[in-house]
Design a protein. Structure first.
Lengths: 607, 308
C-alpha cells in the first residue's frame, strides 16, 4: 500500500504521532466511513482537520483515542503515539492511556463536565486516576493550581468549589482544556471546542490553547469546520471530504495555494468581515457512507469534474513540498473562472420611505427586561443586520417583530400601521407582509408532510387559489429558491440542510411578503452551504425588492448581505449605521472588540 | 480532458433521482422477528375468535354431555359445568370479547389523544384543568372504576365499552400530552401558527401525524389491557351474561371443575393470555422500530443516518 504522508523533520520514529492506513467502517457491513488516513505530527504541532458535516472528521478524531462510536468499527491502520500503537492496546491499557497520553476536548463543555461534581474535584480526579502524571516534586494541589494558571483561571476556592453550571461557557471550556492538559499528554484531540462560544471567549480560548501546546510540547488534532479558526491555530491542515483526506499539508500551502477543488470551494465560501463581496457557495452534500461512488467522491459538486474522475478514487499524491492532493487535475485548478468570481455585491434600489419602523421597543421575559428602548427602521428593499453575541436579545427582537413574543411595549409600525404585539391579534394581511425564517431548518419543516403540502399551507391561509394555481405557485417559488419542481413531492428528511433551508425560505416567500425576518438562518449550516443561502437571499432581495431583517452573530456574513447594521449589547442598541461605516470604523468599544476577535483567514492566504 | 464542466453546478442540476422513502413504522416493525411473532400470535387469536363460529359444531348452548364430562368424538375438550361442549363454547366465545376490547380501546384512544393534544397545545388553564382531571381518574384503579360504573348502572355491554374506554383515556392522555408538549415547541408548529392557521387545523395536521409512533404503541398496549379487563369483568359477571358463551364467563363457570376437566378453564385462559402477550410484543416491536425515528429525521449529520 502506498503511504503518502509528510516526512517528520526530526526523523525520530519514536516521537510524535504517526497515523497509517486508518480505515473505519460500519460494524454491520463493509461500508467505509473513513478511509485511508495517513499523517504525521511532531510534538507541539497542531493539525487542523477541516470538513463539512458528514465528512467523517469527528469519527477520525475519536479513532485517534482508539474509540469507535457505536455502530462503527476501526478495521485497519495504526495510530502510533510516542512509539505505542493505540489501536492494538487492550481495553485496560487503553483506559490507562486515555487522559494520560491522549486527551480529548469535546464540543460542548456543558455536557462533558459532570454537573454534580465540583470543578476542583473533577480536576483532581484526573491526577488521582493517573498518579504517574503528577510530576516530580509536585502534589495534586500544586499541579491543579499550576494548570489553572496555565489556562488563565484563578485557582481560588470560589472556582474550585463551584459546579460547572455556575461557570460561563468560556470558563467551562477552559476547565475542559485544563483537564486535557493536566496530565501532560502527548496528543490532544479537540472536536470543535469553540463552536458554542461567542467570538470574544473563542478568541481567548484559542489563544490559551495555542500557547499550551507550545509550552507542553503536545501534538494536537483540532477538528473544525471553521477555516479562519484553523488558519489561526494550526500548523498543518487535512481537508476531509466523504471520509477521505483530499488535501493535506502546511496551512501556508493548503490555504495559500489550494489545489483540490473542494478546498478552493471552501475557501471561497468563507465570508470575510473585512471585504464586501458576493459569496460563492457549493450546494449539495457529500455522499453518505455506504453510497460512495467508485471514483472521486467530490465529482458531483466539482466544477472541474471530467469523465476519468468517475473511474477510480485518486490517490493522495504529493503536489509540492509539504502538500498532498487527492485530485487527478491538481495543478489545473487555478482556473478561477470555473469557480466563479467574487465581486462587489450590487447596491439594491431603496424605496424612500421607511417600510418598518421600530420605536422604543422594550421587551420582557416575565419581569426581566431583555430589550431596552430599541429603535430602528427598515426601508423598502433594504437589508438591515441585527448583530450581537448570545444573550444580546437579538432573537427576542426578531420574535417581537413577528409577534411570537408578545410581552413588549413600544411601537412597531408597518407602512404607518401599528402592529399588535401578538401575531394572533394581527390581521391576515399584516401577517402575510412580514414573514419569518427560523434558525434551524432541521426543526422548522414538518417531518410528516411533503414539500408541496408545506408550501401550500400559507397559500391556503392567505390566498384563495384553485388546486392548479396552488401547484403552479409552489413550482414557481421552488424555482425562485433554485430548487427544481421535483422537490415538491419529497419529504424533508430526504433533503440536505441547505435544501431544507431553501424550502423554509420558499415557505416564507410564497405569499409575497414585503419583509423577511431571518433569524440566524445559516448558523446550522456548513460554510459552503451558508454562502449559497446568503447569495440566494441577496438575489431575492434584489429581484423582488424584498426587505430583510437579518439576525446574526456572524459579523463576516453581515458584509456580504446587509446595507445597514444595528449592534445589540445586553438588550440595548450600542451602534447603528451603514455596514461599511460600522465595520470599517466602529465607534463603540463593544463593536471594536467584536470585530477584533473575529477569526480571520490570514490576508496572504486569501484566494 | 473531455467534458469539462465550466460552470459550478446549480442545485437544480444536481442529480435528481429521488431517494427512496424509508418504509413506515409499522412495516419496519413487521420486518423484525419480534414484530412478526407478535403479529402472528395476535392474528391467530383474532382468527380463532372470528372464524371459530364457522367451525364450531354447535352454538355452545346445547347440553350434550355430562357436567365436566370427558372428551368424546366431536368434542375434543369435554364438557363444562352444565355439560355443554367446551370446544364449541371456546370457538363461539371470543368474538364479543374482542369487539368490546377494540371498541373500548378506540374510545379510550380518541378521548385520550384529543385531551392530551389539546392540553399541550393550549397550555395555561386548559393544561391545568385537563391534566388534574387525568390525575384524579388515574388515582382510581381501572378495574375499580369500571366496577363502580357497572354496579351503579347495571351490566350492559355499551357500558362496558364506556367504562373501560374512559379508564384508558387518562393514561393515553398522559402519554400523548408528553409527546405533544415537545411538538408544540417545535418551529414547524410555530411557523404555521404565525400564519394564523386555526388551532384545530394545526393540531390535526401538524401535531397528530407526528404522534403516530406513540399512538401505535398505545393501541397495542391498550388493546391488551382492554382484553384483560373486559374478560375480568365478564368473569365477575358484569360483562357478557350467561348462557352466551364468553371466555371470561367460561373461566368463572368452570373454575369449580378445574380438577375434573381443566380444559373448561384452560382453553379460554390460554387464548386470553396469548392475545395479551401477542399485542404486547407487537407494541414493543413498534416502539423499538420508532426509537429515535423522529430524532433521525432532524439530525443534520449524515454520519448517523447512513447506517443500514
Amino acid at each position: 500500500m502506498a503511504v503518502h504522508s509528510m516526512p517528520s523533520r526530526s526523523g525520530a520514529a519514536h516521537h510524535g504521532i504517526q497515523i497509517r492506513g486508518l480505515d473505519i467502517c460500519f460494524a454491520s457491513g463493509k461500508a467505509l466511513v473513513v478511509a485511508d488516513v495517513n499523517f504525521d505530527l511532531l510534538p507541539g504541532e497542531v493539525l487542523g482537520v477541516v470538513g463539512e458535516s458528514g465528512s467523517g472528521k469527528t469519527t477520525l478524531g475519536l479513532a485517534l483515542l482508539g474509540h469507535a462510536r457505536s455502530g462503527l468499527r476501526i478495521t485497519a491502520g495504526t495510530v502510533m503515539v510516542n512509539g505505542v500503537n493505540v489501536l492494538s492496546q487492550s481495553a485496560h491499557d487503553l483506559r490507562k492511556m486515555r487522559g494520560a497520553v491522549i486527551a480529548y476536548v469535546p464540543q460542548d463543555p456543558a455536557s462533558s463536565l459532570n454537573p454534580a461534581i465540583r470543578v476542583g474535584d473533577q480536576l483532581r480526579e484526573m491526577l488521582q486516576s493517573h498518579p504517574e502524571c503528577i510530576g516530580a516534586g509536585a502534589t495534586i494541589e500544586s499541579r491543579v493550581n499550576q494548570i489553572l494558571g496555565d489556562v488563565k483561571l484563578p485557582a481560588t476556592d470560589a472556582l474550585l468549589l463551584s459546579y460547572p453550571h455556575q461557570l460561563s461557557g468560556g470558563q467551562q471550556q477552559r476547565v475542559g482544556i485544563a483537564m486535557a492538559f493536566i496530565c501532560r499528554p502527548a496528543l490532544i484531540v479537540l472536536d470543535e471546542p469553540t463552536t458554542g462560544l461567542d467570538v470574544g471567549s473563542q478568541h481567548h480560548v484559542l489563544e490559551t490553547f495555542r500557547q499550551l501546546c507550545r509550552v507542553y510540547n503536545c501534538a494536537a488534532v483540532y477538528v473544525s469546520h471553521d477555516l479562519p479558526v484553523i488558519s489561526t491555530i494550526a500548523d498543518k491542515v487535512a481537508v476531509m471530504y466523504a471520509g477521505r483526506v483530499v488535501e493535506h499539508g502546511t496551512v501556508e500551502r493548503v490555504f495559500g495555494h489550494p489545489q483540490h477543488p473542494y478546498t478552493i470551494g471552501l475557501l471561497r465560501a468563507a465570508p470575510s468581515p473585512d471585504r464586501s463581496e458576493t459569496l460563492l457557495g457549493m450546494e449539495g452534500r457529500p455522499p453518505r457512507p455506504g453510497a460512495w461512488p467508485k471514483g472521486c467522491g467530490f465529482y458531483d459538486r466539482c466544477p472541474l469534474g471530467a469523465e476519468e474522475c468517475t473511474k477510480a478514487v485518486p490517490s493522495l499524491a504529493p503536489f509540492a513540498d509539504q502538500q498532498f492532493v487527492r485530485c487527478i487535475r491538481a495543478g489545473q485548478a487555478d482556473n478561477a473562472t470555473a469557480f466563479g468570481i467574487r465581486t462587489a455585491p450590487p447596491k439594491p434600489d431603496l424605496g424612500r420611505s421607511n417600510l418598518l419602523e421600530i420605536q422604543g421597543l422594550t421587551a420582557k421575559y416575565g419581569q426581566t427586561a431583555v430589550l431596552q428602548d430599541i429603535s430602528f427602521s427598515v426601508q423598502a428593499g433594504e437589508c438591515v443586520a441585527i448583530v450581537g453575541e448570545s444573550g444580546s436579545g437579538k432573537t427576542t427582537m426578531a420574535r417581537c417583530l413577528i409577534g411570537l413574543h408578545s410581552n413588549w411595549i413600544g411601537a412597531v409600525t408597518l407602512d404607518g400601521e401599528n402592529l399588535n404585539p401578538a401575531s394572533m391579534k394581527r390581521t391576515n394581511e399584516q401577517r402575510r407582509r412580514i414573514q419569518y425564517v427560523f434558525q434551524n431548518p432541521y426543526n422548522s419543516l414538518n417531518p410528516k408532510q411533503d414539500i408541496e403540502t408545506i408550501l401550500a399551507e400559507p397559500l391556503r391561509q392567505f390566498e384563495n387559489l384553485s388546486r392548479k394555481e396552488t401547484r403552479e405557485r409552489v413550482y414557481q417559488t421552488l424555482s425562485d429558491v433554485a430548487l427544481s419542481p421535483a422537490y415538491a413531492d419529497r419529504m424533508p428528511h430526504q433533503l440536505s440542510g441547505g435544501e431544507r433551508q431553501r424550502v423554509a425560505i420558499a415557505r416564507a416567500l410564497i405569499s409575497c411578503p414585503d419583509i423577511l425576518v431571518c433569524d440566524e438562518v445559516t448558523s446550522a449550516l456548513d460554510v459552503s452551504v451558508q454562502a449559497a443561502i446568503i447569495e440566494q437571499l441577496r438575489m431575492l432581495q434584489q429581484r423582488l425588492g424584498l426587505s430583510l431583517v437579518f439576525i446574526t452573530h456572524n459579523l463576516a456574513v453581515v458584509r456580504s448581505i446587509a446595507q445597514r447594521a444595528v449592534v445589540l449589547m445586553h438588550g440595548e442598541v450600542v451602534e447603528q449605521g451603514p455596514v461599511s461605516a460600522i465595520l470599517d470604523t466602529p465607534s463603540h468599544r463593544y463593536t471594536q472588540t467584536l470585530l477584533r476577535d473575529v477569526p480571520r483567514l490570514k490576508e496572504r492566504l486569501i484566494v | 480532458m473531455s467534458g469539462i464542466k465550466t460552470l459550478a453546478p446549480k442545485p437544480s442540476e444536481l442529480p435528481q433521482q429521488a431517494p427512496r422513502r424509508p418504509p413506515g413504522i409499522l412495516r419496519r416493525a413487521l420486518r423484525t422477528w419480534r414484530g412478526r411473532i407478535g403479529a402472528a400470535i395476535t392474528l391467530a387469536v383474532f382468527g380463532v375468535a372470528f372464524l371459530g363460529p364457522l367451525f364450531a359444531t354447535g352454538s355452545g348452548e346445547e347440553l350434550n354431555t355430562m357436567p365436566f364430562g370427558p372428551s368424546v368424538a366431536g368434542s375434543l375438550l369435554g364438557g363444562d359445568d352444565l355439560g355443554r361442549d367446551v370446544l364449541s363454547r371456546t370457538l363461539n366465545g371470543g368474538a364479543t370479547l374482542l369487539v368490546l376490547a377494540v371498541l373500548a380501546t378506540a374510545l379510550g384512544l380518541i378521548i385520550g389523544t384529543a385531551a392530551g393534544i389539546w392540553a399541550a397545545f393550549r397550555g395555561g388553564w386548559a393544561d391545568t384543568v385537563v391534566m388534574r382531571i387525568v390525575d384524579i381518574i388515574l388515582a382510581i384503579p381501572t378495574l375499580v372504576f369500571a366496577l363502580l360504573l357497572l354496579s351503579m348502572l347495571g351490566p350492559m355491554l355499551w357500558l362496558v365499552i364506556v367504562a373501560v374506554g374512559l379508564s384508558h383515556a387518562p393514561q393515553v392522555a398522559r402519554v400523548v400530552y408528553g409527546a405533544a408538549q415537545d411538538l408544540v415547541e417545535r418551529d414547524f408548529v410555530k411557523a404555521v401558527a404565525l400564519m394564523g392557521v386555526p388551532s384545530f387545523r394545526i393540531m390535526r395536521r401538524e401535531i397528530l401525524p407526528n404522534l403516530s409512533t406513540v399512538l401505535l404503541v398505545e393501541v397495542g398496549l391498550r388493546l391488551s389491557y382492554s382484553i384483560i379487563i373486559i374478560s375480568g369483568l365478564s368473569y365477575l359477571g358484569f360483562g357478557v351474561q350467561p348462557p352466551t358463551p364468553d371466555w371470561g364467563v367460561m373461566i368463572n363457570e368452570n373454575r369449580l371443575g378445574l380438577g375434573v376437566n381443566s380444559w373448561g378453564v384452560l382453553a379460554p385462559a390460554i387464548l386470553i393470555a396469548l392475545l395479551a402477550v401477542g399485542t404486547n410484543i407487537l407494541a414493543d416491536a413498534i416502539a423499538r422500530a420508532g426509537l429515535g425515528e423522529d430524532r433521525a429525521n432532524d439530525l443534520p449529520n449524515p454520519d448517523s443516518l447512513g447506517g443500514r
